[in-house]
Write a protein that binds this ligand. Sequence first.
Ligand SMILES: Cc1ncc(COP(=O)(O)O)c(C=O)c1O
Length: 434
Amino acid sequence: MTGSIWHPYTQMSEWKSFPNIVKGNGFWLVDSNGNRYLDGVASMWCNVWGHSKRELVSTINSQSKKIIHSSLFNLTNDQAETLAKKLVKISPGMNKVFYSDNGSTAMEIAFKIAIQYWQNIGQKNKTMFATLQNGYHGDTFGTMSVGFVPSFFAKFRKNMYKTIQIPFENSYRVSNIDEYYSQTLNKIEKQLSKNHTIAAFIMESGAQIAGGVNIYKDRFQSAISKICKKYNVLFILDEIATGFGRLGSLVEYKTQKSTPDIVAFGKMLTAGYLPMAATLVSKEIYDSFLGEYGQMKHLYHGHTFTGNTMACAVASKNLDMYQKTKLISKVNQSAIHLQKRLEEFWQIDAVGDIRHKGMLAAIELVSDRTKKTPISFAKSTNKIIFDEAKKHKIYLRTLGNIVMIIPPLAIPQKDLDFLIDGTIQTVKNVSKQL
Ligand SMILES: Cc1ncc(COP(=O)(O)O)c(C=O)c1O
């Protein structure tokens, strides 16, 4: 029997019980029966250094002795101030930081800021958002309306607000990729040139992940940023999953040569130790919110835990550790190894495509390589893969028919090899059931 918890994105009737994780040991999770699982999911794409990292634990401990939570309503605190300075420093073009506690709210904040920015400067008609199909920005109504993944959210469609969704298929299912990308850019330009109500164009930075792992071609994102500038539309980037090293860059929009007006970070911001996200804005955006109180230009938004001292302290330490250990160059070395080893998956017939960048790998499973038909079972593919992976002492969570390898960034090669070996074995065994 399962307990009293309703688990996320889970058909509860499929599960008799869940492994009960009682501790973390480096890159491993340990359950109450003493079973160990290598964390191939980076605990939902956020863990950086493995679990119970001494420096981070001691930062949390020592901060907890000073103050655990103090708010940013009428007050400030050194931990939030220091982190904000560091975030602005690493993020070209950004000037101020608004804190929240998860990626969805960080994106909601970005949307609200964008709408109000136009009102603040007297352009009240700019209220529409444009985006690419299959983007994902979270599970709240605002973020579902923008990042509409049909398989997740179709049931809520009627309750969402209207957005412009530019068709954008996964490259795997496109026959001429160059042509497709240029057509997509044309469609974006057409929309932005004719529709003067568009407040912002919103997209994930570097790759769409939850909507099916679609890694952008070079210069695509920068081309979109240029179109936005040309037509006076704000450019909002979501780096919740792709920032802080996942794709081999600390700030992915620098690699993509596309400076946004607003950007959101989350997940790995605190190394995955405490819940926090941040929305950063340019000086131009921020300045538009300044004025006399009676003008009501200020932002009506705030959360109980906005600027939580513990989360800010651990995020600040995390960023220092990225720099001190040169983590990003290590990530790029690990990424080369990962890429080489991914080739081994091709020996399995069910593998239709392998997509990879940095420490993100997606292995798409199909029942027919030519037709690219996604594999399907009576039970959820996730459950089947999870159960099999457990036998190989690894923790995997698939996205439908896509097996993801998303380890903590600092994973040593020995553990990475263990994870890859286990994933190969898992996919092999599961595909025999087809
Ligand atoms: C790109 C992106 N944006 C936003 C979110 C939402 O973040 P959270 O789950 O912290 O609300 C996610 C979560 O996976 C994400 O991948």
